[in-house]
Design a protein around this ligand. Structure first.
Ligand SMILES: Nc1ncnc2c1ncn2[C@@H]1O[C@H](COP(=O)(O)OP(=O)(O)O)[C@@H](O)[C@H]1O
Ligand SMILES: CC(=O)OP(=O)(O)O
Ligand SMILES: [Mg+2]
Length: 402
């Protein structure tokens, strides 16, 4: 059976095709800059052992997601990167949906009612849910015979206890408006937490998972269940991100909206798109911040320090939430690749049993890496995330009898 996974973003589409039940990746790709003058597509095909066998890079004019996914279907079915004969060979399409609210604590077959609920949640995840729904609607047309499944970023965090997910606001704002902490990147936290528990050979492990991509979040996980997480009502809270502020005193918003005369939309743009590393340094991509740091720019140093300090604060908080610590796990683009972030985040943490082996930290290797000193009480792990594989697994769990 073929399971096709779609992660549809505001201007990009990530996709991956798996053969099931072998969990074999067949191809993957990324369509970027949809709606701009020239979109780019990177399409990779894997061999039977899962190693990359071929890569195509194309530029195309792709006005919208429909055009983008049509081009992906063409790449799947035609030319040198062809992996299937016909779209009807795809049995299941799994979609990443960022906000599932309280309605979805599990992976769900997509119906009209599910789409209505995803639409209702647009206001809570304006960067993500509209693109996710668009991806679903286009996939329904292009893979008309396939079953469409939604896997929600919020689902894994539905186990948070009420004292962790509630805000200290009047009760009616929760009961009537559903204002609470939801949490995001759940698919990634769940995937790396399971890998870490297997590595530690401890199903009850107390873990802090640290997802550092464009969006960044941490989760406290015990026995495979999320106990707390840094993102909140929307994906703005917590850590410093590429373009998002993370934690902020609400008085700042009041000051922007009042004396400084910002509109609500301007505040949204500021916090979602102009803050974080971009606001601090002028660069949202960590690799650019690294270059600025190497060139001796003081604001790049400050940005690194602030970024790592926020992570350290939450390591402390979550060690308390978990009542101890067996391992912390770094994952996603920055977490997997940026040794300096890991070093700064783990500095002077011996009292938690965290001791980094700097030689291991600098070493590059695929797969899970244990970068802690041999005798340390808690492990420091680097685990590549694979949200697409986790989405495919959850689709299979939902649809295939065990
Ligand atoms: N070698 C690297 N060193 C430092 N940062 C990196 C490296 N490679 C990727 N990144 C960072 O990872 C980020 C993207 O991470 P990723 O997990 O792909 O995010 P997303 O899925 O949110 O797009 C980039 O913005 C970049 O800053
Ligand atoms: C929820 C979220 O922040 O997702 P991303 O990191 O893909 O932007
Ligand atoms: Mg991501």
């Amino acid at each position: 059976m073929n399971i096709f996974v779609v992660n549809s973003g505001s201007s990009s589409i990530k996709y991956q095709l798996f053969r099931w039940p072998a969990e074999q990746p067949v191809c993957s790709g990324l369509v970027e800059r949809i709606g701009q003058e020239q979109a780019t597509i990177t399409h990779k095909v894997f061999d039977g052992a899962g190693a990359e066998a071929a890569e195509q890079r194309l530029t195309r004019e792709l006005p919208d997601h429909e055009a983008g996914l049509r081009e992906v279907v063409r790449l799947l079915t035609e030319g040198e990167g062809r992996v299937i004969q016909d779209p009807t060979e795809i049995a299941v399409v799994g979609h990443r949906v960022v906000h599932g609210g309280e309605a979805f604590a599990a992976t769900t077959l997509i119906t009209e009612a599910v789409k209505t609920e995803i639409h209702r949640l647009f206001a809570l995840a304006p960067l993500h849910n509209p693109a996710n729904l668009l991806g679903i609607e286009v996939a329904e047309r292009l893979f008309a015979q396939a079953r469409q499944v939604a896997v929600f970023d919020t689902a894994f965090h539905q186990t948070l206890p009420e004292h962790a997910f509630r805000y200290a606001l009047p009760e009616s704002l929760y009961t009537e408006q559903r204002i609470r902490k939801y949490g995001f990147h759940g698919t990634s936290h769940q995937y790396v937490a399971a890998q870490a528990a297997a590595y530690l050979n401890n199903p009850d492990a107390r873990l802090i998972t640290i997802h550092l991509g464009n969006g960044c979040s941490m989760a406290a996980v015990r026995a495979g269940r999320a106990l707390d997480t840094t993102m909140g009502f929307g994906p703005l809270a917590g850590l410093v991100m590429g373009t998002r502020s993370g934690d902020l005193d609400p008085s700042v918003l009041l000051h922007l909206l009042g004396p400084l005369g910002y509109s609500a939309e301007q505040v949204s743009t500021l916090l979602n798109k102009e803050s974080g590393m971009l606001g601090l340094t002028g660069f949202s991509d960590m690799r650019d911040v690294t270059r600025a740091l190497a060139a001796g720019e003081a604001r790049a140093q400050l940005a690194y320090d602030l970024y790592a300090y926020r992570i350290r604060q939450y390591i402390g908080a979550y060690a308390a939430v978990l009542g101890g610590l067996d391992a912390i796990v770094f994952t996603a683009g920055v977490g997997e690749n940026d040794a300096l972030v890991r070093r700064l985040a783990c500095q002077d943490m011996d009292f938690f049993g965290l001791q980094l082996d700097e030689a291991q930290n600098q070493r590059r290797a695929p797969g899970l890496r244990d970068i802690s000193s041999a005798g340390a009480r808690a492990r420091i792990l680097v685990i590549p995330t694979n949200e697409e594989l986790e989405i495919a697994r959850q689709c299979a769990q939902l649809l295939l009898p065990a």
